[in-house]
Design a protein around this ligand. Structure first.
Ligand SMILES: Nc1ncnc2c1ncn2[C@@H]1O[C@H](COP(=O)(O)OP(=O)(O)OP(=O)(O)O)[C@@H](O)[C@H]1O
Length: 547
């Protein structure tokens, strides 16, 4: 018995010694490991600090970035609306629409500072401005990673740390929580994945984010209090959203649009691009001659392009020891960057047969002047042919899951034009071979070209010249009425920029027109009236401002 006890005791001692040896070797291994990690970390830190000591000069893009609203050129209306939306006591969510590079991001970045200055603003000095680009917000449908909305790091994942080892899920706040109390700016919001868009809408509604995890149990006493709190009450996400997009409003979900104030930034005109280029050159301490500015304006389609041209040309000039940018520097940069000169409509200086000017809208706040050419020759056989170039022939649209195809609106307008022409003049247009051409850089559509079309047709068949620098907009009905159309303010602005001197427009649109001295506006109720004023030179009282 005693012998057995002795053997047992010896065994216990050996076991204890083995356990102690194991623990010791583990402890030592950990110690070695820790020392190794510390040494590696120090090396990496030293490398990082060396990198941080290296710094290049401030990029020219940074130097030319607008620092106040007054430096954002040509967007006074948009900025005024943005301030109204965000600088008052009840800030609203906003969507900024507009073509690329016209100052949307620049304005969004400045508005929070402006709002904080306002005495009754709910934004405090600490309010955050968080910027996210929807084209690169990645997410995982299981909610493992979502830098926009927040995610949960579940204990099954590697690197879950002490909480993970203890089986505790860890919530990670996303940009919506980081922006709490401030502004979340989502650039290119139109590109947001539909799943994220829906989740974002829910956050806008609740003003908090609810996170979920299969590893969360509300009864688990091991889970720390703050994690219970997050899973049960959600993470705070009370911010104001500014979304910016180059898409048109119809392409954005209506649920988002209905929650936001929609603000449109306009494409920049020649004078504005001129000013932007001039300011950019001043900011980087270089001069830009008149010819160089003219070249910038010819090639730049946006504020960003104007600034980019100046910056690169400045690099060239400085490289050659010059403090002045020449037109040839801009030309070189434009050619190297494959910039194409902007299509520019050349207005006829003299009255011309068969050449009318139409007014179009190519997007939100984007008006354009386009030429409408018509040629008519007596046909060899009746009916004569009709040839139309430069228009959209057919339109496709979906309705209740059905794909429909319709004739384009301009095709319909053409049919009305022939019918009205015949009833107005008694001349059968089928006795002619008729050619229409729209020499625009994009395919033309819409019923508002009706008035320009009938004027061009009348001029071509009756060989009557159309007055120079005169543009027409208006839909015509089968009975010859000139009906109201959309986009009048933008069309008028485009007409002024192109050098048009007289615009014929529908009487019904006249009240929308703002007072202006740069253009003669002639409102008409019928085709008959328009033809009379243009071709029979009847006196129409000139009106330059709405009655
Ligand atoms: N209206 C403007 N006035 C002054 N500078 C401008 C203007 N528009 C653009 N710029 C210049 O171009 C740069 C880029 O503009 P910004 O990022 O604001 O354009 P954006 O409309 O947000 O374009 P995107 O839709 O491509 O993001 C600005 O930092 C500024 O230097």
């Amino acid at each position: 018995m005693d012998g057995l006890t002795g053997i047992f005791a010896v065994g216990q001692i050996i076991l204890l010694a083995a356990i102690l040896a194991l623990l010791f070797s583990q402890g030592r291994a950990q110690q070695v490991n820790k020392t190794y990690l510390n040494r590696e970390s120090e090396k990496e830190l030293a490398k990082l600090n060396r990198l941080r000591k290296i710094s290049l000069t401030e990029p020219l893009t940074e130097k030319t970035r607008p620092e106040s609203f007054s430096e954002i050129i040509g967007q006074e209306e948009g900025i005024c609306a943005l301030k109204a939306a965000l600088c008052g006591p009840n800030p609203q969510h906003v969507i900024l629409y507009g073509p690329p590079g016209v100052g949307k991001t620049a304005a969004a970045r400045l508005v929070l500072k402006e709002a904080i200055k306002s005495p009754n603003s709910p934004f405090t000095e600490e309010a955050a401005f968080i910027e996210v680009d929807a084209t690169c917000t990645r997410f995982d449908e299981r909610g493992i990673a979502d830098p926009l909305l927040g995610s949960v790091h579940d204990p099954i994942y590697q690197g879950a740390g002490p909480l993970g080892i203890a089986g505790i899920p860890q919530p990670k706040p996303g940009a919506v929580t980081k922006a709490h109390g401030g502004i979340l700016f989502i650039d290119e919001i139109g590109e947001l994945h539909p799943i994220q868009m829906n989740k974002l809408l829910k956050v806008l509604e609740d003003r908090k984010v609810y996170l979920e995890s299969a590893y969360y149990f509300s009864e688990d006493p091991e889970i720390p209090k703050h994690i219970h709190d997050i899973f049960q009450k959600g993470l705070p996400a009370d911010f104001r959203l500014i979304g910016a997009t180059t898409r048109s409003p119809e392409e954005l979900p209506s649920a988002l649009r209905s929650r936001c104030l929609e603000i449109f930034f306009k494409p920049l005109g020649e004078e504005e691009l001129w000013q932007i280029a001039k300011n950019a050159a001043e900011k980087i301490g270089i001069t830009l001659g008149r010819q160089a500015l003219e070249t910038v304006v010819r090639y730049a389609k946006s504020g960003r392009e104007a600034v980019n041209l100046v910056q690169l040309a400045a690099g060239m000039a400085l490289g050659e020891g010059r403090k002045r940018i020449l037109a040839r520097d801009i030309m070189f940069v434009a050619r190297a960057g494959n910039y194409q000169p902007k299509p520019k409509i050349i207005l006829p200086e003299e009255p011309a047969v068969g050449k009318a000017l139409g007014l179009a809208v190519t997007g939100p706040k984007m008006g354009a002047v386009l030429a409408v050419e018509a040629l008519a020759e007596p046909a060899e056989s009746i009916p004569g042919s009709v040839c139309v170039c430069g228009i959209i022939e057919e339109e496709k649209f979906s309705q209740s899951h059905t794909e429909l195809t319709a004739r384009s609106k301009i095709r319909g307008a053409l049919d009305n034009v022939f019918a009205v022409f015949r009833s107005q003049t008694g001349i059968n247009p089928q006795r002619y071979d008729i050619y229409f051409n729209f020499p625009a850089p994009w395919p033309v559509d819409g019923p508002s070209a009706g008035l320009a079309l009938i004027i061009a047709l009348y001029s071509a068949i009756l060989r009557r010249p159309i007055p120079a620098k005169t543009a027409f907009t208006g839909e015509i009905s089968l009975l010859g009425e000139v009906c109201p159309v959309g986009g009048i303010p933008d069309k008028i602005e485009a007409a002024i920029n192109a050098g048009v001197k007289t615009v014929f427009l529908p009487w019904g649109n006249y009240p929308e027109v703002e007072d202006n001295k740069k253009l003669k506006l002639v409102p008409v109720k019928s085709v008959d009236e328009a033809l009379a004023y243009i071709f029979k030179e009847q006196e129409k009282p000139a009106q330059t401002s709405p009655a």
